[in-house]
Design a binder for this molecule. Sequence first.
Ligand SMILES: *Cc1c(COP(=O)(O)O)cnc(C)c1O
Length: 370
Amino acid sequence: MTIELPMAQRDMMFQILSNSEPLSEDKRQEVLDSPVFGTVFTDHMVDICWSEKGGWHRPRVQPYGPIPLDPAAAVLHYGQEIFEGIKAYRHDDGSIWTFRPDQNALRMQRSAKRMAMPELPVDYFIQALRELIAVDGDWVPSAAETSLYIRPFMFAKEAFLGVRPAKKVAFYVIASPAGPYFGGAVDPVSIWLSTTYRRAAKGGTGGAKTGGNYAASLLAQTEAAEHGCHQVLFLDSETGTNIEELGGMNVVLVYKDGTVVTPKSDTILAGITRDSVLKLAEERGHAIERRDVGIDEWREGSASGDIVEAFACGTAATVVPIGQLKTPDFTIGSEDATPGELTMSLRKELLDIQHGRIPDVHQWMMRLDQ
Ligand SMILES: *Cc1c(COP(=O)(O)O)cnc(C)c1O
């Protein structure tokens, strides 16, 4: 008698279609020596189909390249799309690891649910990462603070202009070598507070990692750049008084007494980096508060000296000190602020775990190359 495993526990049989024209070793090394975020991609990509009738099927690794798409594909019209961001790290012994991939897989399921898309089983998500690393492992750089940025994404492929959840969906994984996100040194960033635009509303899609949230943030991001800032900070849409997050990073404040505070709301994307650094802070004995944070609280706390540090965090940039917050009415901090002590120390601990320089006591790391 054979025991039928539920689908999610059975490995998918990937078809491997090798790239017959991979980038030469020399050229690849050139890219790995000075990676520019999100510009050069590895030789292969993962491609899995989903249909209402057939479920997940035809898993493949194939040469990286353009995706054939019907002009009527729903994603191009109605934006039914979600994505993830995760990194692969090369440790000193050459092995390749990733950080909390189960969390990315579960978040992608939550995003899928919100966007009326099929949920990819966690095992398939992780297997897809492994299959890509099996063919493109040489693309994981080894220099300090470098990584391979992996971008899983899913979109509505069905050619149909009617408005309803698509019955055909594609899941892909692409990858791109990454250096330090904002250039070399950890310079504090300047943030612009948008009082004009909102990123997300209660009951909306702010908590899902979907492209539309980014599209909605771009004009505010442009406004930020016009004011000489790197990133934009959004306020809640209901009251316009509480801070939420940046276009693609969460925000954390540190009080003089060591308390670490971060905004809590369904409209904020639940970052895995934030969750991890707050855990590290908690283990050091810091009190952690997840609650509404008023922009006035930040302003007054900074003025009185109660709030001593602020940082942004996300997979791509890791942990970045916020030097200055500019608003139409006032400015907090200054352009030449020095990075906060706790900020830099949490950043170091996280990077040390990810790069295998200290023991992984939380079992956050998963080996990908075996
Ligand atoms: C991805 C993302 C983050 C950061 O999440 P991590 O899991 O830490 O990478 C924060 N905000 C938004 C809007 C995001 O899309």
